[in-house]
Design a protein around this ligand. Structure first.
Ligand SMILES: [Zn+2]
Length: 134
């Protein structure tokens, strides 16, 4: 029987893209629309850690907003399809709306990226070990 650390990275990422726990795949990582469970309700894997998680998900979120919204709008302005003023207003609106729309995707993806990068962290931990995860 494979241990959690033996899970292929693509399985870990696939589970996180479905918003499921990267270790057990039996529970959602979210407890509400915008909040992660602190730990997986089924296996206890830490999902929301005090420091570090938002620092990964937020840049991922804004990178996604720039790639799917700001870059196309800038190209439309560059090629004269949109005026510069329209492009700036459209881009600003997009960077406010796109991160909200993609928040769950990037938050769950960040959990998957973390555990895919450090699969040893998938091993079973006791409640008191939360602070040792980093
Ligand atoms: Zn789990």
């Amino acid at each position: 029987m494979p241990t959690p650390e033996d899970l292929p990275r693509k399985i870990i990422l696939r589970r996180s893209l479905r918003h499921h726990c990267p270790r057990c795949d039996r529970s959602s990582v979210f407890r509400s629309t915008f909040r992660l469970h602190e730990r997986c309700p089924h296996c206890g894997l830490p999902l929301e850690l005090e420091d570090g998680w938002s620092y990964g998900a937020v840049p991922l979120n804004y990178t996604l907003a720039c790639v799917v919204w700001v870059l196309p709008v800038a190209l439309l302005a560059l090629f004269g399809v949109l005026s510069v003023n329209t492009a700036v207003i459209t881009a600003l609106c997009g960077v406010l709306v796109v991160p909200v729309l993609t928040f769950r995707f990037t938050k769950a993806l960040w959990v998957g990226i973390y555990y895919a990068a450090v699969p040893g962290e998938l091993r079973v931990r006791e409640e008191g070990e939360k602070g040792d995860v980093h």
